[in-house]
Design a protein around this ligand. Sequence first.
Ligand SMILES: [Zn+2]
Length: 208
Amino acid sequence: MKQLIVFSVCLVLLAGGSSEANWGLAGRKIVVDPGHGGRNPGAVGPTGLREADANWRVSTAVKHYLETRGGAKVLLTRPQNQDVSLAGRVAKANNWGADRFISIHHNASTNPNLKGVETYCAPGASWASQDLRNKIQKRLAQGLGTGNLGAKTANFYVLRNTNMPAVLVEAGFVSNRYEEARLKDPAYNWKEAWYIYAGIADHFNVKP
Ligand SMILES: [Zn+2]
């Protein structure tokens, strides 16, 4: 019990807010898609951080906030140690009848100095997709202070083929030494998750 209390207090401190659940997202069905996984590490950082692992930690923390504070229903598209095809991820979201789809990734570049956050929706996507993208991008860029690369469009498979408003977050560069060091820290991953969650809450016009 003591451990649980200490853990809860840590979460509250990380969240920078009160611990009160507000159930503002009750009834919403949200798919959180941790990019890559299993034998597919995604991008690998200069000191070995696997993007898939950072994606997993952030995704499960986003799930936690959505469920315990927002009261939303959340489905993850893959288990921790397994990759799932892009078609499989999309099928899970479409078959479940999700209200929103949030794909979580971290970036890589041949330019080792490049860092910052960018969020995508598909070209010509609905107003809801664009709004969700803009709200998440704003929260992440302001909250993490690592650089704002903007709200963008790209023809990613998971954005093109999902039936519901969908966005893809690139929450930092594993190829940048400064950002890689931060992304290795679970406390920092919780922080990323908080801002993604807050952006989702903003999009639905409720308090995070
Ligand atoms: Zn990725």
